[in-house]
Ligand binder design. Structure first.
Ligand code: MN
Ligand code: MN
Length: 295
């Protein structure tokens, strides 16, 4: 595939990446035993706005067997313990996106953290115009298995579209025979996950992140207020319950969900209840390599 963006659009991707890299590193510094999840998430989301971007999705704080899609609820009082903490953060500038993740290990499993980080480095080394996505996945799998762990195979990297957090192509976290070829100019997120479990995740029951499913109208006042904010501010990007300005936000969301106007992103958990680490960067593919926008 090949996308032809204007230089101005690539600049917005780069600006988003620059803001994001700074916020990710500062947020990671805040993660310590006893610190509140909500404080870190809201600090990072505010800092993104201060630096001139917008959060592309709620700051994900996934703990231990949680791999993705966990974010603090409105009055969340959870604090960090001796956990494996995955921070996954996104920024957009006028809908042009950057996506990054890092694991902060408070659990004493440094080598599991290193496995996904080194897998990402190996993956980035393979990227250039013409590379098959299966080759990227093979590099990830080889490094993680070399550490004695498994890649999470049903989570993948992805393309980043305008106001679209996940587009084609998928970037697998293992060797696959059918892949697609990347072209110069493609903007993709690569995100290896490593686990000491079997390597698959499933949806749990908790849901704090949602996105618009379809344009519609709804009579209930709070649901209508929420929907107005969603369509104007978040459009098709994911949002958190705690981002809604309306009173009775949880009730409003339940109504929107029941009418299939928004859909949820359940928390994804490792099937064996084992630890998961993650590292992610966004890149622009070039003729002879790639430009990492979130370094
Ligand atoms: Mn991400
Ligand atoms: Mn991603």
């Amino acid at each position: 595939m090949s996308v032809d963006l204007t230089s101005e659009q690539y600049e917005k991707h780069r600006e988003a990446g620059e803001i994001l890299a700074e916020v990710r590193d500062e947020a990671a510094e805040m993660v310590e035993v006893g610190v509140s999840h909500l404080e870190v998430a809201e600090w990072a989301e505010d800092r993104i706005r201060e630096l001139g971007g917008k959060p592309a999705f709620p700051v994900n704080i996934s703990i231990d067997e949680e791999a993705a899609h966990a974010t603090p609820s409105i009055d969340d009082d959870s604090t960090f313990g001796e956990d494996m903490v995955n921070l996954d953060i996104g920024v957009h500038v006028d809908g042009w996106l950057a996506d990054t993740a890092i694991t902060v290990d408070l659990s004493g499993n440094e080598d599991l953290k290193d496995a996904s980080a080194e897998a990402l480095d190996a993956a980035l080394d393979t990227v250039e115009a013409g590379v098959q996505t299966g080759e990227i996945g093979a590099a990830i799998e080889e490094v993680i298995e070399g550490y004695g762990y498994n890649p999470v195979v049903n989570l993948t990297g992805h393309g980043l579209g305008h106001w679209e957090q996940h587009t084609t192509p998928n970037i697998p976290n293992r060797a696959v025979s059918q892949g697609v070829e990347l072209a110069a100019g493609d903007v993709v997120a690569i995100e290896p996950f490593a686990t000491d479990g079997g390597g698959k995740v499933s949806e749990g029951s908790e849901e704090e992140i949602f996105a618009l499913e379809r344009e519609a109208s709804i009579r209930n006042r709070q649901a209508r207020q929420a929907l107005d904010q969603i369509t104007e501010e978040f459009r098709t990007l994911p949002f958190a319950t705690r981002w809604l300005d309306t009173s009775r936000a949880e009730m409003a969301l339940r109504r929107l969900k029941r009418n299939d106007i928004v859909h949820g992103y359940p928390v994804l958990k490792e099937d064996d209840g084992c630890l998961v680490s993650q590292k992610e960067h966004t890149v622009i593919v070039t003729e002879d390599g790639c430009e990492v926008t979130t370094r």
